[in-house]
Ligand binder design. Structure first.
Ligand SMILES: [Cu+2]
Length: 142
């Protein structure tokens, strides 16, 4: 009798395994809600971000992968004019741009809040023109 019980137990166990295997069909590919990566190129010069001395905005979507390529824009200046770009809100610091480092790409996932980027070296010419870069998540509808 005990043997029969054990046999039954094993059989039921096997049945459960088989059933659960049957249920774990590969799921259908879920519809893609992935946002396309946002890529930007931003020239950094004594005249501001993309020559805009005031506020300069990059519009993104929350949750979106963002890639920003900063390009040194003071190559026409008689002296080297190094800039150090930081996006503290995304843990990005010390993006050095100068004649020897004309281009640098950073990437991050956009959050829901507005984040500032700016030049942190106080020795560059045009420093005050490089303090109001903003990464702004936009409301969007599907
Ligand atoms: Cu600067």
């Amino acid at each position: 009798m005990i043997k029969t019980s054990i046999l039954l137990f094993v059989l039921v166990g096997l049945l459960l395994v088989v059933t659960s295997c049957g249920q774990s069909q590969p799921a259908e590919t879920p519809p893609s809600h992935e946002h396309e990566k946002a890529t930007f190129q931003v020239e950094v010069s004594r005249n501001g971000f993309n020559n805009m001395p005031g506020e300069f905005q990059l519009e993104v979507e929350a949750g979106q992968e963002v890639e920003i390529t900063f390009v040194y824009g003071d190559g026409d200046f008689p002296q080297d004019n190094p800039h150090v770009i930081a996006i503290p809100g995304y843990g990005i610091e010390d993006v050095v741009l100068d004649k020897d480092n004309p281009e640098k790409t950073v990437s991050f996932t956009a959050g829901a809040g507005e984040v500032v980027f700016k030049c942190t070296t106080i020795t560059c010419v045009g420093h005050t023109n490089l303090q109001r870069g903003l990464i702004v998540p936009q409301e969007h509808s599907h």
